[in-house]
Design a protein. Structure first.
Length: 242
């Protein structure tokens, strides 16, 4: 996808001329790349500016306003070719992708009258082919793998759910598993690690809960807890109780 076209450039200290844009076909939630060729068309040097982007719906309403930042510096009249990181929105679908320069905590250059080019983008489902399930001793529900793959395709790199403890009345679940009771639905603000997660590479379990592999959210990869993604844990026979 490329952008090439004429547009008005405001007079003043901070002005940008957009010469071209190219975006790799994005996948939902996945890290991709964009390439931009821009020129400092103003009278002031660019210091402390970054290239960023907004994901908008088809009516121009913001879905994700603050995209990843790529620093850019240029003196008046200088051009720059930028290779920028870009993360796809969730879920897949048709979006408008708007680019702009931002002076952090101050303003976007579009607020000063600069043109902010937009591209019509079809965001594809994220590939779930390489997903790995880290289940330990837990057994999965019949729909577990397909439900996990569907959530990955929505854009989430890490997916985890609830734990159904089949210890009976005499063997209560370990207290660490209490937050994972099999009730409720999706919780994007779940405050605990994901137990028995399905992870896309290069993610690996980085924690352990009640002897089960777990992933504690880190970095900026999108993740989701869904209680409907249920595994079953049975006490091991002969396990000594404290």
């Amino acid at each position: 996808m490329e952008y090439l076209g004429e547009h008005p450039v405001p007079a003043g200290p901070l002005a940008v001329r957009w010469l071209s844009l190219e975006v790799d076909p994005p996948e939902a939630g996945a890290l991709g790349r964009a390439r931009a060729v821009i020129e400092n068309a103003g009278s002031a040097a660019w210091r402390g500016l970054s290239l960023s982007y907004h994901w908008l719906d088809e009516r121009g309403n913001p879905i994700l306003w603050d995209g990843l930042r790529t620093p850019v510096e240029a003196d008046p009249g200088e051009g720059r070719e930028l290779d920028a990181a870009l993360r796809g929105p969730i879920p897949p679908g048709r979006y408008r992708l708007a680019f702009d320069l931002v002076d952090e905590h101050r303003f976007w250059l579009a607020e000063l009258g600069n043109h902010a080019p937009e591209l019509e983008v079809e965001v594809q489902p994220r590939s779930a082919e390489d997903a790995r399930a880290f289940l330990g001793d837990a057994a999965t529900a019949p729909d577990w793998h397909e439900r996990a793959a569907g959530t990955h395709r929505e854009g989430y790199a890490a997916v985890g759910g609830s734990v159904d403890w089949e210890g009976g009345l005499l063997r209560r679940p370990p207290p660490e598993l209490e937050p994972y009771a099999p009730e409720g639905g999706r919780n994007p603000s779940f405050p605990h690690p994901l137990v028995c997660p399905s992870l896309l590479p290069p993610l690996e379990p980085n924690a352990e809960i009640a002897g089960l592999p777990a992933w504690r959210p880190e970095g900026d990869e999108p993740w989701l807890y869904d209680a409907r993604l249920r595994v079953t844990l049975r006490p091991r026979s002969g396990r000594r109780r404290s």
